[in-house]
Ligand binder design. Sequence first.
Ligand SMILES: Nc1ncnc2c1ncn2[C@@H]1O[C@H](COP(=O)(O)OP(=O)(O)OP(=O)(O)O)[C@@H](O)[C@H]1O
Length: 634
Amino acid sequence: MSAHDDEILGKAYDSRLMRRLMGYLRPYKVRAAFALVAIVAGVAFSLAQPVLVKRAIDQYIASGDLAGVGTVALLYLGTLVGAFVAEFVQTTTLQMLGQRIMYDMRRQVFDHLQRLDLAYYDRNPVGRLMTRVTSDVDAINDLFTSGVVSVFGDVLSLLGIIVVLVSLDWRLALLTFCVLPLILMVTQWFRRNVRESYREVRTWVARLNAFLQENLTGMSTVQLFRREERAFADFDHVNSEHRDANLRSIYYYAVFYPAIELIGALSTALIVWFGGGWVLTGTLTIGTLVAFIQYAQRFFRPISDMSEKFNLLQAAMASSERLFGLLDTPVIITDPSLALGAEPALGPGPSAFEKPRGADSTADGRRPMADNAKRSRGAGRLVVEDVSFAYTPGVEVLKHVSFTVEPGQRIGIVGATGSGKSTLINLLLRFYDVGSGRILLDGRDIRELPLAQLRSHFALVLQDVYLFSGTIAGNIRLGRPDIDDSRVHEAAEAVHAAAFIRDLPHGYDTPVAERGATLSVGQKQLLSFARALAFDPQILVLDEATSSVDTETEMLIRDALHVLMEGRTTIAIAHRLSTIQDMDQILVLHRGELREAGTHQELLALRGIYHRLYQLQYQSHAPAATLQHSHGDA
Ligand SMILES: Nc1ncnc2c1ncn2[C@@H]1O[C@H](COP(=O)(O)OP(=O)(O)OP(=O)(O)O)[C@@H](O)[C@H]1O
């Protein structure tokens, strides 16, 4: 198949992509070879059939040799069975191959996706990435199961028929081939139009998906703002464009197949007309004529098949281009090239790096929380040194920020919306890497620490608690085998989550509905505290919830927070100044700069930004009475 440029779908055949795709066949070489043998055998069996018919007619029927006819009939039956077996082997082998390759590819893509940094996810919407793992891999599967290999079968069939036709009778062969220019014209027309309509269909499918994803996720907003009619009209537009694009492509198919049939019939008519004449003049046998008619019919099938496969090939090429694009996206946030085992212990105290968590459990497998707290003390000194950062080059969101968090210290970060608080946390956990400056954990640049080790020091409790499908206990444990049931219960108990969990229909085994939709905001917060406590981190990072919870829940949450912070280095983003007044140090960020630092009293005395924020929040309230009800943003 010739290379064919297309602005959007790209080439139908790209040898570089194809070579790389074929690499996926390597582990299954034997199976692939088996499938090829089956294809060759299948083609051979089907090519033999008209020759057998010719022999039966010319040799045995003409001479009245019934036994000979019987033998040929048996042979014909043999080729039918052979073709059946070959096709069976070919189909099953190819399908198995396709499934295995899809499995391998999806593993590879998901593994890579898990290692890509958050900046990549900022640039690529989730829907698009899901398409990579689902439809794009499917398109490549089609290539392996029905694309390349059967095109090979088609080409083989065509070549075989041409050779047989020319060797049987060159005059009739030329007659058969004289309709080829017509075939080429029709095929060309079909390919050009179908490619365009196929591209349209794909575009509208993508828009349909994007529309649905957005509107289903935001259904509450749609309903709240009574956008149903508008959303329906928009959906209707996309849906009808999708239908029309499909209808257009159906039209091309509806013309193409009958046209090929017609040309095939024309060729048969020519063969009968001229061949019949030659039979009458004795220059052609009836058997050859019959064989020719049969071959001519088989001749056009691979041509129309290949035209159809052209689409498939093109789709697979486009999909593999995108898939390889994803796989080739470099992993920017990487582990240092340090051997994991050669890791020196961090800091003065016992390090979480030294042994797997849970290794110091008591004899009954339980680890008292108080012990954990003591154990964490002494390590977890964080130094942020002249750190600047920009998500978009040139737009700095953090500028020369420096501060130190001593082990066990509690730090509050305040600042207006967009001042860079969350960004600072993103850098601490290496979701992004600093632009300049450095961050040290117990004296080591965090970029020198293996990522898993760095992150095992932290527990992050965000405003938006992310729950996975599974059970309540599963969401506290998050797949860590060393967190046993008793530790889950202990953690839940300590942060006051146990009471509401016990009230659930199946307690800790209650399934969590879609992202915890059936739990209240406060309950989800408590659950995330239990998760953090069970993980027993050295450093706790909190992004304080801004959503309102009732006073009782707020009290529970505060108390739970105290349990959680006990003996740990804590960094808390605070939206309500009330929650951080007793922190050891408060950092005030303003437009990405660290403008003030000190205790609550020190900062108030400064009469600067913090003082102003404080005044804003408590202006019209008597502080003592309203602390728990104030939800204003810092
Ligand atoms: N992924 C991102 N890509 C580009 N810009 C971003 C991204 N995340 C945040 N920003 C920008 O960086 C700046 C700081 O954002 P950041 O989320 O750190 O603020 P914040 O202080 O945590 O705000 P809030 O109190 O509202 O949570 C903002 O101007 C924001 O628009």
